[in-house]
Ligand binder design. Structure first.
Ligand code: CU
Length: 175
């Protein structure tokens, strides 16, 4: 009885030690700003061992498919959001497109689908970027930061330089 108690309290101590070693998730997040200058949702990027997890919760956007990329500057000035610069990249010249054989565009992401009610809720995973720079994957949290941009049209994943995705309709500074 006594030894059983000892073992269980030892297990408890081990469990607590384990819990204290669990680090808070390493994330970058921001408010999704529309071209109207108003908040249209939130974006969260979580560092993963081999990439980043991206969560987008959006509202008040035009229904349909929209190109979406990580852009190289942490600046979202509406309505055109050109302040966010080009795509995040480690190598120049940047070759765009998830369906392009020699692509090196670290900002590439799958398209976002906005439903009829103007909302989108999704989690995506990219092995092309990182929060702090890892294994040749450029850092989203570098000196000038980064932004998530949503475009007016879908990305065809092949056309240079942005897959024909057109104008920028929403932007979130990731910090
Ligand atoms: Cu883009």
């Amino acid at each position: 009885m006594r030894s059983a108690l000892k073992i269980s309290s030892l297990l408890l101590a081990t469990a607590f030690a384990g819990a204290s070693q669990v680090r808070a998730a390493d994330t970058a997040s921001g408010v999704l700003l529309g071209a109207d200058g108003k908040a249209h949702g939130t974006v969260t990027v979580t560092e993963a061992p081999k990439g980043v997890l991206l969560r987008v919760v959006a509202e008040g956007l035009a229904p349909g498919w929209h190109g979406m990329h990580f852009h190289e500057k942490g600046s979202c000035t509406p309505p055109k959001f050109t302040s966010a610069g080009g795509h995040v990249h480690a190598v120049m010249p940047v070759v765009h497109g998830l369906l392009t054989p020699n692509a090196n565009d670290a900002g590439d992401l799958p398209n976002l689908y906005v439903t009829k009610d103007g909302t989108a809720t999704v989690e995506l995973y990219s092995t092309l970027a990182s929060l702090h720079g890892a294994d040749g994957r450029p850092a989203l949290k570098d000196a000038d930061g980064s932004a998530l941009i949503i475009h007016t049209s879908p990305d065809d994943y092949t056309t240079q330089p942005i897959g024909g995705a057109g104008a920028r309709i929403a932007c979130a500074v990731l910090k």
